[in-house]
Design a protein around this ligand. Structure first.
Ligand SMILES: [Zn+2]
Length: 199
């Protein structure tokens, strides 16, 4: 898979769920996939947009500078999780992917604490316990929660060319086709318009 530096923007997180947004850090899965996480700093830029706590991200930024090899290892771990999630979301019984998610989830759970209020608690990743694996742990915990309840009829792959992004279709009619109407939806419209004009 090609790896390319990317300047993450809010428009890169349009899936309706942070777990799918993380899977979408590989774009163009329908053609020639490009991995936008070229280094640990890129993972942190994404984490900011994914609303991970800013103080945790700042802490990880300095830790990554101090321990570049550990940061590279943590990035590799996050990508293993990401690809496992992609397989799981695209195929029903991907045993190997389940095993990889289990591994991430287990280490996330070991490092997590229960937060919330009495009656409604959930395991929450803590940067103090997870260290550089914090983004991976965050996604792993959220992924298990999503997969417990994911209505598969609402999981879509964008129809745009060179996109392949996953998203949750939360529209009333359930007919959303594009990750983002402003990008893929428009590109398709333009393409169709052009082919109509061409004799
Ligand atoms: Zn798209």
């Amino acid at each position: 898979m090609q790896v390319r530096a990317h300047d993450f923007q809010p428009r890169d997180l349009v899936a309706g769920d942070v777990v799918l947004d993380f899977v979408n850090t590989v774009t163009a899965r329908d053609t020639e996939p490009i991995d936008w996480l070229d280094d640990y700093a890129a993972l942190l830029s994404w984490s900011v947009l994914a609303d991970l706590p800013p103080d945790a991200v700042a802490r990880l930024a300095s830790e990554a500078v101090a321990h570049p090899r550990r940061a590279a290892h943590a990035l590799a771990g996050a990508k293993v999780l990401r690809e496992a999630l992609w397989e799981l979301l695209r195929h029903d019984q991907a045993e190997d992917a389940v095993a990889r998610l289990t591994e991430s989830w287990r280490s996330a759970t070991t490092a997590a604490v229960l937060t919330g209020s009495a009656g409604r608690l959930e395991p929450t990743a803590r940067v103090e316990n997870s260290g550089l694996a914090y983004p991976e742990h965050f996604v792993a915990l959220r992924a298990v929660r999503l997969l417990e309840t994911l209505p598969s009829v609402r999981l879509r792959v964008c129809g745009g060319r060179h996109c392949g992004w996953l998203f949750l279709d939360t529209s009333k009619a359930g007919r959303r086709r594009w990750c983002d109407m402003a990008t893929c939806g428009n590109a398709e419209k333009t393409r169709r318009h052009r082919s109509v004009l061409r004799p």
